[in-house]
Design a protein around this ligand. Structure first.
Ligand code: NAP
Ligand code: GLV
Length: 311
């Protein structure tokens, strides 16, 4: 019988994943990772931030299924075999959550919702100036599953939207920029910068002073990708200089964000605890089960990570 191992250092209730996955795949045997246990000769692993020892113990793995879109945590594991195929989650309900998150963060700024809250507490009835969408050009970095849904959603709300990615992706109603050559032009027309890039050696630290300085004045930054994209001190400096007016951050270099970190109390920073888009259990299990079934039937599933590109 084919053995599958579930390994997550993140999840305290593994049975809530294993039992429904087992129901989807009655012909395989799924076991949970246990420290100091012998190998189960697993053919497949289903993981989210797995323990480092996984790849030393389970040496017959033919594929790994990552219960998330980003594979950066897996790539940090020293024992990950270079030729082991990794499949990531493809959307599985995440892109619509991401779009909601970014719409919320944008509207709070563009529609003055925070100011209206202050006014309510003060008992003040005072309409603020009408919204002028042209004053809120949004620039989305990354045109993958997350960036595309976001761009389409914001374009439908009639915000001026542009995207930037390695190869560029034309979409109706959205201005597309591609490659490092077009990054300066993309930044120069952007006031609200949204990051949906995967974390790789070439994207790490991209949200830095040099990037921020090229944005339009009174800029906003929304980071929903990974904390290591952002140079934290550069954001704090640019907020202090006034060039950046506010930031909404879902991801951090260190998670949970340490107590006493300046982001907790900064009046212009809104933080959330890495919840912009959750891996929804039902959708994720159905997708991983379908990919495992494909491999068992000799068909290559979609979602294979390009190891050279890092995403
Ligand atoms: P994806 O479909 O793989 O898309 C990645 C996009 O980034 C592609 O458009 C790609 O360009 C672009 N890109 C990669 N490297 C680049 C570079 N060096 N320069 C310019 N563009 C580059 O990924 P996804 O599913 O949209 O997910 C994106 C990321 O979101 C994940 O990696 C994860 O870190 C993050 N995420 C966060 C949460 C959360 O809750 N906060 C939830 C889900 C995902 P090409 O199209 O040209 O290849
Ligand atoms: C979450 O951050 C993911 O990468 O799916």
């Amino acid at each position: 019988m084919t053995n599958v191992i579930f390994a997550s250092t993140h999840d305290t209730t593994p049975h809530e994943w294993i039992e429904p996955l087992q129901r989807e795949l009655p012909d395989v045997h799924i076991s949970n990772w246990a420290d100091n246990a012998p190998s189960v000769d697993a053919r497949f692993a289903v993981v989210w931030k797995p323990p480092q020892e996984l790849f030393q113990r389970e040496t017959r793995l033919e594929a790994v299924f990552n219960l998330g879109a980003g594979v950066d945590a897996l790539f940090k594991l020293p024992g990950l075999p270079a030729d082991l195929p990794i499949y990531r989650l493809e959307d599985a309900g995440m892109s619509v959550q991401m779009a909601e998150y970014v719409v919320h963060a944008l509207l709070r700024a563009s529609r003055d919702f925070e100011q209206y809250q202050v006014q309510q507490r003060q008992g003040v009835w005072q309409p603020l100036p009408d919204i002028e969408r042209e004053q809120w050009p949004v620039g989305i970095m990354g045109t993958g599953l997350m960036g595309t849904q976001m761009a389409q959603t914001l374009a439908a709300l009639e915000y001026p939207v542009a995207t930037w990615s390695r190869r560029g992706k034309p979409m109706p109603g959205v201005q597309a920029y591609a490659s490092a050559d077009e990054l300066p032009a993309f930044l120069a027309r952007t006031r609200v910068l949204v990051n949906t890039l995967p974390l790789t050696p070439s994207t790490q630290g991209m949200l830095c002073r040099n990037t921020f300085q090229q944005l339009l004045p009174d800029a906003y930054v929304i980071n929903v990708a990974r904390g290591e994209h952002l140079i934290e001190q550069d954001l704090l400096d640019m907020l202090a200089s006034g060039h950046i007016k506010g930031a909404t951050l879902d991801v951090f270099t260190q998670e949970p964000l340490p107590s006493g970190h300046p982001f907790w109390s900064h009046p212009a920073i809104t933080i959330t605890p890495h919840v912009a888009a959750a891996s929804l259990r039902g959708a994720s299990i159905r997708q991983v089960a379908a990919k495992i079934r494909s491999l068992l039937n000799g068909v290559m599933p979609t979602g294979l990570v390009n190891r050279e590109q890092g995403y």
